[in-house]
Write a protein that binds this ligand. Structure first.
Ligand code: DGL
Length: 273
């Protein structure tokens, strides 16, 4: 048993979609979550920036919180940096997220699958290899969703969903025909951890037959497996599972989103330099 916390980070609030699944899977654990809002978005920046931030955040989580594992709750950061982090932190369990292409093949009947992710994720060598390894099993329609993560951040802090809705509508049009007929896209992979927060709008437009696939639950299960195998789960204890939230920039979006999506109220959000 190991009472040390688990570090989780993303460029902003997106990783909360993973944190919610982690909390459900691992209710006795302590989590330290960082929204790297001061250095966001990651998705349209060069990989070197994302690698540098991922290294800094992982180092900080280890130095300040002696974390027993780090979950990179961001597809863009995983694609750019997970190998660098593994090389730099041998022995530290690191869990990344990647667009759920394999699960989407199982979910899809038409074998036409939309993949929404950031430009950075779709351009990465890691995603290119994943896509190439599965391209004979389904047709994946790749859609870089510039600006969508930022719009979701803006919506969280101001309540104004105009931009989120406009971009979702635009990208649904450009991804092209959704539906359950043979040549239609019946499954949409949400390959950025921010996008599950736009799911209500996507469902309303696409209807219940089109499936939305994200990665929160499998990532949480993988984190549990790694900790369990190493005997590193926290012992159940009254008041055991806790949550600490930090932001490197304006904490407004994180405050609002953690209340709305995780039900956290009056949680102090510390600001990192
Ligand atoms: N949430 C991040 C991801 O999963 C990226 C958002 C951003 O562009 O900063 O890819």
């Amino acid at each position: 048993m190991n009472p040390a916390p688990i570090g989780v980070f993303d460029s902003g609030i997106g990783g909360l979609s993973v944190l919610a699944a982690l909390r459900a899977e691992l209710p006795h654990e302590r989590f330290v979550y960082i929204a790297d809002a001061g250095f966001a978005p990651y998705g349209e920046r060069d990989a070197a920036h994302v690698v540098e931030r991922s290294r800094w955040l992982t180092q900080w989580l280890r130095a300040q919180h002696s974390v027993k594992a780090v979950v990179v709750a961001c597809n863009t950061a995983t694609a750019a940096a997970i190998q660098h982090l593994r090389d730099g932190h041998p022995g530290l369990p690191l869990v990344g997220v990647e667009p759920a292409l394999k699960p989407s093949i199982i979910a899809s009947q038409t074998r036409r699958i939309g993949v929404w992710a950031t430009r950075g994720t779709l351009a990465s060598a890691k995603f290119t290899a994943l896509h190439a390894s599965l391209a004979n099993q389904a047709t994946f329609v790749l859609q870089p969703c510039d600006g969508l993560a930022e719009a979701i951040e803006h919506e969280a802090s101001t309540g104004d969903a105009t931009k989120t809705i406009a971009l979702c509508d635009q990208y649904m049009r450009t991804t092209s025909r959704f539906g359950v007929k043979n040549d239609e896209i019946d499954t949409l992979v949400l390959g950025c951890t921010h996008y599950p927060f736009a799911a209500a709008h996507l469902r309303a437009v696409l209807g219940a037959q089109v499936q939305l696939v994200d990665t929160g639950a499998p990532v949480a299960r993988q984190t549990r497996r790694l900790l369990e195998a190493a005997g590193n789960l926290a012992a159940p204890a009254p008041g055991g599972g806790t949550m600490q939230l930090l932001a490197t920039g304006d904490p407004a979006a994180l405050r609002a989103a953690s209340t709305r999506w995780l039900g956290l109220r009056d949680t102090a959000i510390l600001t990192l330099p």
